[in-house]
Design a protein around this ligand. Structure first.
Ligand SMILES: O=C(O)C(=O)C[C@H](O)[C@H](O)COP(=O)(O)O
Length: 204
């Protein structure tokens, strides 16, 4: 099994995290892991993100990756910070090639058949379907998946606790991504753990 597939099969939900204060990184990761969500995507949308990745790598059981990686410089910075996987909202040949060369599990965003074909050309077979709801939702992904039987997906963007199960019921969907696990500025870690446990109980 490819490392990216193993990662996608670890938990049904990958929390998409936006971290403003690096001091939140460790308690946030601990709460999510305690709830059963081990694969954590820290988006490179805030100045604290790379330090948050470094800090979270110290949390037992956590598998920490970088999200919102859009170019080679960010890819390198994310790897240097200890990222164990890379998520991107889209796929360019330049970034795709660099991620393949770096031999790091890579989950690029795709939104149409051309995107998937560009990924297949690079040897990639596992993609984030983004933005999942805005891009047509479940009917769109089912139609898109049809011609690409060996390809696997992680729908992200607009997916919530009460819709995740519908996505996970699609055979080619291994997990979903979502930001609903931790609210902006939230520090109620018991609540985050409870939310993570609910998400972890979804059938993957
Ligand atoms: O930052 C990235 O790399 C992205 O591609 C965007 C995120 O995956 C979505 O913003 C999560 O979507 P929501 O769960 O609807 O908030």
């Amino acid at each position: 099994m490819k490392p990216i597939e193993q990662l996608m099969r670890t938990a049904p939900v990958i929390p998409v995290l936006v971290i403003d204060d690096v001091n939140d990184a460790v308690p946030m990761a601990e709460a999510l892991v305690a709830g059963g969500l081990r694969v954590l995507e820290v988006t490179l949308r805030t100045p604290a993100a790379l330090d948050a990745i470094r800090a979270m790598r110290g949390v037992e059981g956590a598998i920490v990756g970088a999200g919102t990686v859009t170019n080679q410089d960010q890819l390198q910075a994310a790897i240097d910070a200890g990222s164990q996987f890379i998520v991107s909202p889209g796929l360019t040949d330049t970034l795709g090639r660099a991620a393949v060369r770096a031999e790091i599990p890579f989950l690029p965003g795709i939104a149409n058949a051309g995107d998937i074909m560009r990924g297949l050309d690079l040897g990639l077979t596992h993609f984030k379907f983004f933005p999942a709801e805005a891009n047509g939702g479940i009917p769109a992904l089912k139609a898109l998946a049809g011609p690409f039987g060996d390809v696997k997906f992680c729908p992200t963007g607009g997916v919530k606790q009460d819709t995740a199960a519908h996505w996970l019921a699609i055979e080619q969907v291994l997990c979903v991504g979502g930001s609903w696990l931790v609210g902006k500025g939230e520090r109620d870690w018991a609540e985050v753990e409870a939310r993570a446990a609910e998400a972890a109980a979804l059938a993957g």
